[in-house]
Design a protein around this ligand. Sequence first.
Ligand code: FES
Ligand SMILES: [Fe+2]
Length: 387
Amino acid sequence: MTDTVTGARGTTQTLPPRAYFDADWFEREQLELFGRTWHYAGTADDYAAPGAYRSIQAGRHPLVVVRGHDGELRAFHNVCRHRGTAVLPGSGRVERHIVCPYHNWRYGLDGCLLAVTQRKEVDPGLDRSELGLHPAAAAVWRGLVFVHPDPEPEPLTDWLADLPDRMAPYDPEQLAEVGAARQYHLKCNWKVFMENALDNYHLGYVHKDTLVGYDHKRQEQYRCGERHWYFYEPPLEPGRLPPMDAGSGLKPIAQDPHWYGSSFGLIFPNLFVLTSATWWSSIQVIPTGPETTTLELRARFLPGQTGRIALGALREAASGLVQRVLAQGILRRQPAYDLVEEDVFCCEAVQVGIKSPRFSVGPLAYRLEGGIQTFQRNVLDYVPLEG
Ligand code: FES
Ligand SMILES: [Fe+2]
């Protein structure tokens, strides 16, 4: 492994166990962490037409991103200035205006309050210019849309630091999304999944039959700025597609064989952008409660491919490979699940043990689990230990 991250032996976990199940801690995270960071809000394709919108929950802040008639993407707090109704629930497209579904106050796509129904009944002297939707911030990076509850946050490019320089040079807008987003509902705290994804120690054990074809011994990892993390491992045979990609029938996205490896960028706090030679995907890790988490997986491929290309292609490719290897007698067991499900199994098992009064973390693998320490320090920057 390339030791690009300084760690020290003996460093250990810094988050207390209650951070993984306590309702008060969860509430503080919602307010103080997820209310103060950039959030993934889908791809630019989700907002192709004027009036296209998506509502996003940023911790306790309901937000909405909408494309204006002038082509601009804007973000607002999704909170009607009358009695607080989410003016645009879910996602979809409005024709001309935003109409609150409760008492039909009408807003422009620029957030201005245009009309109040029965205005004389409400307040004949009402000043509409005072009652526009509260602004939030929207920004786009490589076709990925981000939203922030603060209308004037740290610019997204500053926030991302040098992560973009590290990552595979793919532009998701040049790739084609296939199938609907796939969701996984986990019985664990969101940080348990984050830490699992940052844990390179388990790759050769948990994924020994599924994550084949990559050289775990030549991993590279980097902290990007203060907050983000980047991971890459090359194929076992340099310059050759790993079997999972070669066997998928998918054409490589990568022009440069360097990118035949597998990579991910963690955009703090909860978005992973993963790549292989033939696909690009995002995993958003959405906290739904102190001990529940939803993963949303979206995948993109080179456009114009047919046949085996589907959101399940990765899984099919993996299981197809597994079948072949199984036939050659190399595998010891038939895997029961896919890569993500292998991780889900471990995360839910951690969630059980971490609540034990006997639990205290053992020594960490200081390089292979270095990302966990950085992640935990970042959480503590937003949610400091009290007292
Ligand atoms: S809550 Fe929106 S119009 Fe009444
Ligand atoms: Fe894993």
